[in-house]
Design a protein around this ligand. Sequence first.
Ligand SMILES: [Zn+2]
Length: 253
Amino acid sequence: MRTDQFADALSLVRDAGRVEIFTGAGMSAESGLDTFRDARTGLWTKVDPVAFASVDSWARDPEPMWAWYLWRASVCRGASPNAGHRAIAEWADLPGVSVGVTTQNIDDLHERGGARDVVHLHGSLFDYRCTVCSRPWRGAVDYPTEPVARQAPPACPRCDSIIRPGVVWFGENLPQDEWDRAEARMTAADLVVIIGTSGVVQPAAGLPALAKQFGAKLLEISPEETELSRIADVSWRSTAARGLPELVLGLTL
Ligand SMILES: [Zn+2]
């Protein structure tokens, strides 16, 4: 159904040449990936996902965490991009617009949905690096088909320390180059489309406000009101998989 919110959203989208899509967990939820729920099935029912996102836990006992992150990567490989991911790629293919993606998600659904230019603020389930010397590690990973309780991480070929998941844990800084790219794109955007994020995880949640300071319009697509709704020019009650295809279709009509 076409609502006034849809008309307002489409109007913003029509006027925008440089677009940055800013996504969070809700974007992946419609592909069946729900970090916390998936993380707590089967073997992992007693896992505290917060404890497993901590560098202290890693220092204490890395093997359960390594097993858990490989399992999450394996679950992610089994999930498919949804209509929202694909709509972003179609939008980027339209003439006269540039469409980038800045995501807080650590899955690769944007890339597999066809997005070519993705900033991963919180790292990726498919990146690995040395715990001590930080050198990226690109060895072969044997993704599990069944969860296992413990697995020994591989050793760094340079310093022999253990390899860790390339994701951002609590208390860690965001990767500087990704943050710099996100800031540059937010400050240059005509329009930032906020999808599937509650806007509470800092510093990422501050990016839409930064974009607005630099003159961007903000369009939020969210089934519920969020912390970012009040600064959005238009806050549309829809979801990634429903709303984005409608908008992109609207652009082509
Ligand atoms: Zn090393």
